[in-house]
Ligand binder design. Sequence first.
Ligand SMILES: *[C@@H]1O[C@H](CO)[C@@H](O)[C@H](O)[C@H]1NC(C)=O
Length: 616
Amino acid sequence: MEQNNGDDDLNNRTKHHRRPITMRTKFAGSLSLANIILIATIILYHCEIGASDEHDHLYSSNDEVVLWMNTVGPFHNRQETYSYYTLPFCKGPKKGISHHHETLGERLQGVELEFSQLDIQFKVNVDKTKFCEVKLTKFDVQSFEYAIRNYYYYQMYIDDLPITGSVGDLEETDKNGPVYIYTHKKFDIGFNGNRIVDVNMTSQQKVKLELGSTLEFSYEVNWRPSNVKFEDRFDKYLDPNFFQHRIHWFSIFNSFMMVIFLVGLVTMILMRTLRKDYARYNRDEEMDDMDRDLGDEYGWKQVHGDVFRPPAYPMLFTIMIGTGWHIATVTFLVICFQIMGDLYTSRGSMLSTSIFAYAATAPVNGYFGGSLYARFGGRRWIKQMFLSAFALPTMVCGTAFFINFISIYYHASRAIEFTTMLAVVSIILFIILPLTLVGTVLGRNISGHPDNPCRVNAVPRPIPEKKWFMEPSIIVMMGGILPFGSIFIEMYFIFTSFWAYHKIYYVYGFMMLVFLILTAVTACVTIVCTYFLLNAEDYRWQWTSFMAGASTAGYVYLYSFYYFFFKTKMYGLFQTVFYFGNMALFSAVLGIMCGTFGYVGTRAFVRKIYSTVKID
Ligand SMILES: *[C@@H]1O[C@H](CO)[C@@H](O)[C@H](O)[C@H]1NC(C)=O
């Protein structure tokens, strides 16, 4: 159906909606590197998705306003979502585009927008109007009843503003009694100039579900001038009372004190080890060689000939460190973008931004992993590079693949289509892999030469017996406690925003602080742990420091069990698998990152203290 009223703006808009192949290219706006990669991705998508102009959110009178129906699912299982029209709802009379083509991030998050076919025009009020009816068959009654008894909840969008509503209602007193379905949707839309700034939807008119009866669905639209600024239109979805609660501030303050304490402790250790040395140098003249060799050497100094011996499994180790650097970089960048750009206002853009930031910063992985591998004297650097590039993508895709099986079985909207998988695989093969290669080559050439302050002895020194609590495994377990303590309140906020409705995480400034605190705490704690380990004349510090940092994530995973059972009401196979699968992935990613913080911090410390050891 063509509208030809000479209104260019309207025509552009309708064309935009009609164009069968569209992709909203909306990311962090100013990301030029990500844009280059975006273009590359669009080429990868070729016929599937093309580029289009961005939705500009500007309307003139009588412009079509699209009500997109998204998903429906149990209130307590936020991730278990189905396309809205899997329930026997009916559409309005207006014809037009039926499907919204999503960005990569939206596709991966199971967004499934379908045009409701309701006739809504900018600043045109609509009185209560019936738009369709459903004669209830047995199947319809069963579907609706199941949905209402499980508190199904649906999501819609008008001009990117999310709207939620419940499918129906139960009797307050008798949960097994009759069920009622809402048949009337009343929209109150606030506009400010030529923009939509506020949408309220009220579900009205409860009708009892009965076999054979006819449900008449109706809607109503009231337009109201509003003073809300366009930039602030998402503010009503935020929950400052929750996210800026006293406890949140207090926990950050608390963690900050912990950082100060730990930094003090590390400084003290450093002063102590270095000062001893100083004193020794001053006494040098009075001491003969015998004294110096026997009298003053103890603890960590004994292992100077082994401490820079490459760790066991050097390839795996360098893959972990490269990936950890990469994850830390991406985390840092994404938090920065969030602080600058409020990405939460557009669906799926957080995930898209993360993917593109990950792809764009792939050289970081190659650089740090590759150069470390070269310094360890590794020879199979091509294998190392490949494994490094694929390590995290494999973990993520493996988890997604596993969850996808269950999604497909459930017909959930999260099921990932083949084309989307192809796009992800293309990004990995054609962007991440080559960029990792670039990073590896740079890393090997710039900082791939061994530069240890002490020579490594040809024969490894035996590791003496020590007390049980000095065993690396115990140190590793102790290592994660303090870092976990510094982040677990933040974890609660992050989990809640992800797993519960109506909580959009927006306090990215807090997240940045916690990220920095976590970095500092992990590094300091592992330094202290390593100092004890070296003093017990055990030189296996590389893996120990990595694992001591990484064990933080073990505690986070344990915490996620507590959270599941005591803080949420999730149920069902799909949601449970989705929860524990994604939490395992999240913990693994966090673990690799914290492990890297631990190793990198410890490495600096070890190099510092051994650089003062005199070797004959
Ligand atoms: C939506 O509801 C809120 C809270 O009740 C109210 O302040 C606001 O004015 C409503 N907006 C519109 C457009 O009716």
